[in-house]
Design a protein around this ligand. Structure first.
Ligand code: NOJ
Ligand code: MG
Length: 545
């Protein structure tokens, strides 16, 4: 290998996902903003082991938006919404992020724009408009209803009638978010320019929103009935399998075009949002084989059945699917899902945190996950998320996972001096940055310790992954190793004590979910007793196996 070759930053980094509306409010309007983020960058990485130690940040959208979907409805892709600050604030944020040795990724929203975007205003003005074909239009069905059975993810049909021109326009999400037509070359050019604009500004990559639905069936065929759909129980938007309204073959070339743009700038990275199984992920990796700077998010850990066996077999299979240049990643939560602790409970959450931070691949940590936050209670009259409001009764509202970041034990959690846009969690008095920093075994210190170990240990960043057949079926174990360094991770998926016998020469206990720093001791006779949901990492001494 070329001695000058350096691993790309995303092989080392932990990616921290900030939902800007809820991270820190600097001007007292109750909404988080860019200056608020700047004020807290030292928390993320101040160059010492006192800080969390993440090396990359992804921001949910900060572009000009009427906020129908809280920023995922973009009016101007290359300007900052005043609610978040100014372009000068953004440039300062970027400089401050870089000064701390971190990378900054933006959220790229190519599937749709806001209904107020000038492209859509031009498109809807007349059937003859030059931009008409930039969006997806169709005549009403025979009965005057929507052109086909496609459903919006956020309730109701994916079509809204435009009275003036007598045609329906298509929207995968809200009626306020018309879908762009990626079969139109003008759309492609304009949207690729958006990538270029931010790359020129200095950003290091993008998380790409709603990728899977970018290209739709050309002749708008109906979606097919979903055999797993349970009326009254399933999300009504899942009544049909989206075989024609999403996932078209042409998608590969669109993602490929993103990669081509990014390939012009060194050290950039692209993550695509698509909820796919291993076979689906493989196809998306293929899209950028020429420029391996792209990975589809791996959301699968969020949906696995609980058990050492399920996790081991999924991760083994995922690892086996990856090509030599494909970089894995693991996500445990985001702004669209209930928080990790809500889904699995606090102990299992710590175990999964340890799993994520010791596997091979980019760990993506959603703000507050490191604090062990659960969902926030949000009353009916406090709701903000249009999805939960439009489709009540199914637990779909996402506000619960988007609460203000708790910085300290003050009444407003140090988030704002005004009225927070979403309520402060009732747990904020004890689960917050200031308190947890002082408690050696807090969730924050667990994350901090593991993130630092990770960045400093070649075995955890570039090292191979190999799972082990242990003598206890409740314990998932694996080795991470380079030629010079070896670690063994053992995770007890059971809520009882578990004993495992480790083979070979096992060295010091260096990290764990209970004793965060480990105790530095070697296990006696290779025997380790793990408490319920306990995880540990040991150094392995070479010559053992
Ligand atoms: C996925 C985003 O994560 C979600 O928050 C948003 O509502 C939809 N895409 C539409 O942009
Ligand atoms: Mg503000």
């Amino acid at each position: 290998m070329n001695p000058a070759y350096q691993e790309p930053w995303y092989h080392r980094a932990t990616l921290y996902h900030i939902y800007p509306l809820s991270f820190a409010d600097s001007d007292g309007d109750g909404f988080g903003d860019l200056k608020g983020i700047i004020q807290h960058l030292d928390y993320l990485n101040d160059g010492t082991s006192e800080s969390l130690g993440v090396e990359a940040i992804w921001l949910s959208p900060v572009y000009v938006s009427p906020m129908a979907d809280w920023g995922y409805d973009v009016v101007d892709h290359t300007a900052i919404d005043p609610r978040f600050g100014t372009m000068a604030d953004f440039e300062r944020l970027l400089a401050e992020v870089h000064r701390r040795g971190m990378k900054l990724l933006l959220d790229y929203v190519p599937n749709h724009t806001s209904i107020l975007h000038e492209w859509f205003e031009e498109a809807r003005a007349s059937r003859k408009s030059l931009k008409r074909d930039w969006y997806i239009w169709a005549d009403p069905a025979g009965d005057g209803g929507p052109p086909n059975n496609w459903l919006s993810r956020f309730g109701g049909p994916a079509w809204t009638l435009d009275e003036t021109t007598g045609q329906y326009y298509m929207h995968s999400f809200l009626p306020e978010q018309p879908d762009l037509n990626w079969r139109n070359p003008g759309v492609r050019d304009a949207m690729l320019d958006v990538l270029r604009f931010w790359l020129d500004k200095g950003v290091d990559g993008f998380r790409t929103d709603a990728v899977y639905g970018l290209v739709k069936d050309k002749v708008l065929r109906d979606d097919e009935p979903n055999p797993n759909y349970r009326p009254g129980i399933s999300d009504p938007a899942d009544m049909f399998s989206r075989v024609h309204s999403s996932g078209q073959q042409e998608l590969g070339s669109v993602i490929g075009s993103f990669c081509e743009v990014l390939a012009h700038k060194a050290d950039t990275f692209l993550l695509s949002e698509a909820y796919l199984n291993i076979a689906g992920l493989r196809d998306l990796y293929q899209a950028c084989r020429e420029h391996p700077l792209h990975a589809p998010f791996n959301f699968n850990l969020m949906g696995l059945s609980w058990g050492a066996h399920y996790f081991r077999s999924f991760i083994d299979e995922y690892e086996a699917m990856l090509g030599p240049n494909d970089w894995p990643n693991y996500v445990l939560g985001n702004h669209d899902r209930h928080r990790l602790v809500k889904r699995v409970g606090p102990q299992r959450a710590r175990l999964l945190g340890m799993l994520q931070l010791t596997l091979r691949g980019l760990p993506v940590v959603y703000y507050g996950e490191e604090l062990g936050l659960s969902d926030t209670h949000v009353n009916k009259n406090q709701r903000r998320d249009p999805w939960g409001i439009r489709v009540p009764g199914y637990g779909l509202g996402r506000d619960v996972a988007r609460g203000p970041m708790p910085w300290n034990s003050d009444i407003d959690a140090g988030f704002t001096t005004g009225v927070p846009w979403l309520p402060i969690a009732s747990t904020a008095a004890h689960l917050n940055v200031e308190q947890e920093s002082r408690q050696p075994s807090s969730s924050l210190n667990l994350y901090r310790h593991l993130i630092h170990l990770r960045t400093q240990s070649p075995a955890l960043t570039e090292g191979d992954y190999r799972s082990l057949q242990l003598d206890n079926p409740y314990v998932y174990g694996y080795i991470r190793e380079t030629e010079l360094q070896r670690f063994l991770v053992i995770l007890n998926f059971d809520n009882h004590h578990a004993v495992v016998t480790l083979k070979g020469k096992v060295g010091a206990w260096v990290a764990g979910t209970e004793v965060v720093d480990g105790d530095g001791q070697e296990p006696l006779d290779g025997l380790v007793e793990l408490g319920p949901y306990e995880g540990r990492m040991y150094e392995l001494i070479r010559g053992g196996k």
